[in-house]
Design a protein around this ligand. Structure first.
Ligand code: C5P
Length: 299
């Protein structure tokens, strides 16, 4: 095999509990994570002289050690003793950055899965997950997806089905991003997070809840920190909740907000009303836990 293309989905943290930081400054998590039908596209081709070439249609993406695709490729190729492989990697970016949607993490996981297949390395998921967790807290989830209960720093991934009824999300994409590290710093400054090892209450029951039932119990412990750091997000959250007349949650460390629907027509009508009335954020309706054949372009 000489080339392959992979769709890398975004995620929502449907629920996120965060504990107080451990000795290393990291925070223990408990999160129900689910992929959504919003994708980056990665193509990997074995060609040219030895070395790793990377191109991306988003000029804002870092080209250095901050680029998770390059880091993932280097880690995997070094581990596989293929340091001199000849590769071109092309990334078509559609998932907004610093939005709490896990775009960089998903790209990194797709790189690990793609190279594992392209070079027929035969690394198992546990082996890839070891490399993944060193790249970022959300990367292991994307090796397992589309829906899972993630604990620890995100590396303890257990099966949890996607919502069976609440299958559509209305995304509210704020016109600014938030730095995950900054949000966690504010979380500590505000002395939030008391549990030593947080858990989601009765997680196994949640997948069968309707969107209304789910929205009443889902929470994100990072919201107060993100809202304090970015008062504009707090205002946006209040405005959207009032406008939609239903609870709205934040994904990850922000800045994306979302609400859930059981009915796609209702979700699309709400999105259209919001677009007609509210200026600033973008609105998109996406399915949760999409089939890979759902690769679309909702933005
Ligand atoms: O793991 P990720 O690269 O997404 O984390 C970015 C930053 O967010 C970390 O460097 C750390 O400051 C903070 N973080 C944390 N606890 C977590 C996840 C992230 O403190 N569980």
């Amino acid at each position: 095999m000489n080339a392959l293309a992979i769709a890398a989905p975004a995620k929502l943290n449907l629920a996120l509990r965060v504990g107080k930081p451990d000795g290393t400054g990291y925070h223990p998590l408990a999160s129900w994570m689910c992929t959504i039908a919003l994708f980056d596209n990665l193509s990997i081709v074995r060609e040219g002289p030895p070395g790793l070439r990377f191109t991306c249609d988003d000029p804002a993406l870092p080209r250095d050690a901050g680029n998770l695709v390059l880091r993932a490729a280097r880690e995997l190729l070094t581990d596989a003793r293929l340091g001199y492989a000849a590769l071109s990697i092309t990334l078509r970016k559609r998932i907004p950055s610093a939005a709490g949607l896990g775009g960089g993490s998903s790209d990194a996981a797709a790189t690990l899965l793609g190279l594992n297949r392209l070079f027929e390395l035969g690394f198992g998921r546990e082996k890839l997950a070891l490399i993944a967790s060193a790249l970022g807290s959300d990367v292991p989830f994307f090796l397992y997806g589309p829906s899972a209960y993630c604990r620890g720093r995100g590396e303890r991934v257990s099966p949890l089905p996607a919502p069976s009824l609440a299958r559509w999300a209305l995304l509210v994409l704020a016109p600014f991003g938030l730095s995950t590290a900054d949000v966690y710093r504010r979380f500590d400054d505000m002395a939030l997070g008391t549990a030593e090892s947080p858990e989601l209450a009765e997680a196994q029951k949640l997948p069968d809840f309707s969107s209304r039932e789910l929205l009443n119990v889902l929470s994100n412990d990072l919201e107060p920190a993100a809202f304090s750091l970015a008062p504009a997000l707090s205002d946006l959250h209040a405005t959207i909740e009032r406008h939609l007349g239903r609870p709205v949650r934040m994904s990850g460390s922000g800045s994306t907000l979302f609400t859930l629907f059981d009915d796609p027509d209702e979700a699309n009508r709400a999105a259209q009303r919001a677009r007609d009335t509210l200026f600033g954020p973008r609105f998109a309706v996406v399915t949760l836990a999409p089939e890979v054949s759902d690769v679309g372009d909702p933005l």
